[in-house]
Design a protein around this ligand. Sequence first.
Ligand SMILES: [Zn+2]
Ligand SMILES: [Zn+2]
Length: 278
Amino acid sequence: MELNLPIILVDLFRLSVWLLIIVAIFLPLEKLYPLHKQKFFRQDFAVDLYYFFLSGLVPKILLIVPMSLTAMLLHDYMPLELHRQLAELPFLARFFAAMIVGEIGTYWGHRWMHENTYLWRFHAIHHSAPHIDWLVNTRAHPIDLVFPRFCGLLPMYFLGLAQPMANQVDMVPMLIMLVGTLWGFFIHSNLRWRFGCFEWLLSTPAFHHWHHTNDSHAVINKNYAPLLPWVDKLFGTFYLPKQWPVKYGIDEPVPANLMAQLLLPFLPKKKSTNSKSP
Ligand SMILES: [Zn+2]
Ligand SMILES: [Zn+2]
């Protein structure tokens, strides 16, 4: 415990600096170009702030063991020559190939969080937010943080597009996770910006706000891709009309207390009222 304490303090300091940077970006933007009229310090702000720090501390601890084990198990199924050729691609080619492969993996990880009734119990916490802003990005149960990321990283490592290295960090998965996390704050933000004819190419607040909508049963379970909406087009879940959603959240009750939310998926389920899962 004594050995770990300084590492945790360094992580907390790093996350606090990131928080200040993100607030400095989104506080003025959400004030200047708001989509909905809502407060910065809104309901659940403190709970979501805990999630911000949790999301920065938890994934790397929970991801390392399953990633290493699965990579070992799958190693023999990948043709070595193809693995070598992909691993030797120039950095930018490897980066974009890994981004597309990771996006498809994350899309399916996220879709399973919706379609599997047990996984949905973890993901429901993210969707329980009644109003959407930048901070909702990290409002997620640790299992919800880890599972879609795992689904995104696994094909990258399996194909050789990301490399486990003994003495140094492979920048490709690191950069992809950094871009994905920062873009996640943007697509959740309460910003009315639209990208016009490019909205099928790169995700926007409108694209992800429709993912959070609770307007009607016909428009839920759409737009799973975190970064590239054409992946949703590819798999038939793309939905992006000109207007914005009116209502967010889910019908099933989720407790307001952080600890109760973290324990909720492990407790016996009372009654299925899931409005998101088909
Ligand atoms: Zn979702
Ligand atoms: Zn979201």
